[in-house]
Design a protein around this ligand. Structure first.
Ligand SMILES: Nc1ncnc2c1ncn2[C@@H]1O[C@H](COP(=O)(O)OP(=O)(O)OP(=O)(O)O)[C@@H](O)[C@H]1O
Ligand SMILES: [Mg+2]
Length: 373
């Protein structure tokens, strides 16, 4: 569809009117903008806006930008409520087209940036993670690489996949990494990259990688990556997935060798991952369930911060918790035991409380029988 821009009413006053060059331009179907702030700053302006009603924003924006030409990476400025506040045009479909009454205007509220501009603060350290030696070895390599990227040349660590059962320490390890390294870590839950509208997800992913490259050396951690990088056989279930998978591939390939951006993905289920995404991970590191010694250490470490005293047979507990993850031990056994003791007005946690917790977990009676005799 071509425009007949002479018939469009231009409502803006001091926007550069591009009407003269608009002939033969197409009409915009979709424009995605992102608030970027003022062209300059002075005191009392914190440069951040919060848009709570995106529908209303769309009407408001369309009304004042009607007739303007939109080009990706250029800017539009608010003229009304906060004059000269800038919005970057992240997506314009088609590019270089004109905003009309029918153009959809979407805004990206920059969750990713807000969450990650500051380094993640956590009080977890690598030494708190029990076991998972393979993963720790890889972390050592990453640390060495970040200290001296030149030494690695084309052999730099790039993309690493952590996989394993829930609650085995994948997210914990990355949080600890944020404390160990001096580089920015962009931690995103894959589901937060799924946008509401077509095009949103790609721009969120683009943004994430762009920010990481700008601040390289840096690390991107995509937690629960299977939520977006689904195997092709599952993609028909979710229409938007192939768009997301494709932009993920584009971005992973787009990072070139000297950019020092490391992408770590985590998943419970590597076989549900898109094969093209999977093949881009140079190493797949399995997080295993803790063995007896590791379960003992996890218990001992967690018991240090218990608000009640305890009288527990840890050796028995180690046996009873076979097959449980670090998270299960902490949340389902120790926490439930503590709460059970508190709810019974006990001053001390005993094996009775643990029994309650184990029953609560529906461990088969036969497994428990005999342990408390
Ligand atoms: N190896 C471990 N050493 C010490 N604590 C652990 C370990 N694994 C799990 N935990 C405990 O369990 C909690 C949850 O672990 P975490 O969130 O890292 O699991 P995850 O592997 O990311 O699980 P999911 O796949 O469900 O996301 C941790 O905060 C920690 O308290
Ligand atoms: Mg996790």
């Amino acid at each position: 569809m071509k425009s007949d821009n002479k018939q469009l009413e231009i409502k803006t006053t001091n926007q550069k009117l591009q009407i003269t060059e608009n002939e033969n331009k197409e009409f915009a179907k979709l424009v995605v903008v992102k608030p970027v702030g003022y062209p300059f700053e002075f005191n009392l302006m914190d440069g951040e806006i919060e848009i709570t009603n995106t529908k209303l924003f769309e009407e408001y924006a369309r009304d004042q930008w009607l007739g303007l030409v939109v080009r990706e990476k250029s800017h539009l400025f608010d003229q009304k409520i906060i004059p000269d506040y800038g919005f970057e045009i992240v997506t314009a479909k088609p590019n270089n087209s004109i905003i009309t009454e029918n153009t959809k205007i979407k805004i990206i509220t920059d969750e990713i940036d807000k969450k990650n501009d500051n380094k993640i603060k956590s009080n977890v350290h690598l030494s708190d993670i029990v076991g998972q030696e393979n993963a720790k070895q890889k972390i050592k390599v990453i640390k060495k690489y970040l200290e001296d990227p030149e030494r690695f040349g084309p052999w730099a660590p790039k993309n690493i996949l952590f996989y394993g059962l829930p609650g085995t320490g994948k997210t914990m390890l990355v949080k600890a990494l944020a404390n160990e390294l001096e580089v920015p870590l962009y931690l995103v839950k894959a589901t937060s990259l799924i946008g509401e509208h077509v095009g949103d997800s790609s721009s969120k992913i683009q943004d994430l990688f762009k920010k990481a490259s700008e601040n390289a050396p840096s690390i991107i951690f995509i937690d629960e990556i299977d939520a977006i990088a689904l195997h092709r056989s599952f993609q028909s279930l979710r229409g938007d997935v192939s768009e997301i998978v494709n932009s993920l591939l584009t971005e992973m390939d787009g990072i070139n060798e000297n950019e020092s951006v490391i992408t770590i993905g985590a998943t419970n289920n590597p076989s549900s991952l898109d094969l093209a995404v999977k093949s881009r991970f140079e190493e797949e590191i399995e997080f295993k369930l803790p063995n007896e010694n590791e379960r003992l250490t996890i218990m001992e470490n967690n018991l240090k911060s218990m608000p009640l005293d305890y009288d527990l047979d840890l050796e028995k507990l180690v046996k009873l918790t076979k097959g449980l993850s670090g998270r299960d031990i902490k949340e389902k056994i120790l926490k439930t035991s503590l709460h059970n003791a508190i709810s019974n007005d006990c001053d001390i946690i005993t094996m009775q409380n643990v029994e309650y917790a184990l029953n609560n977990m529906k461990i088969k009676d036969s497994d428990i029988k005999g342990m408390f005799e």
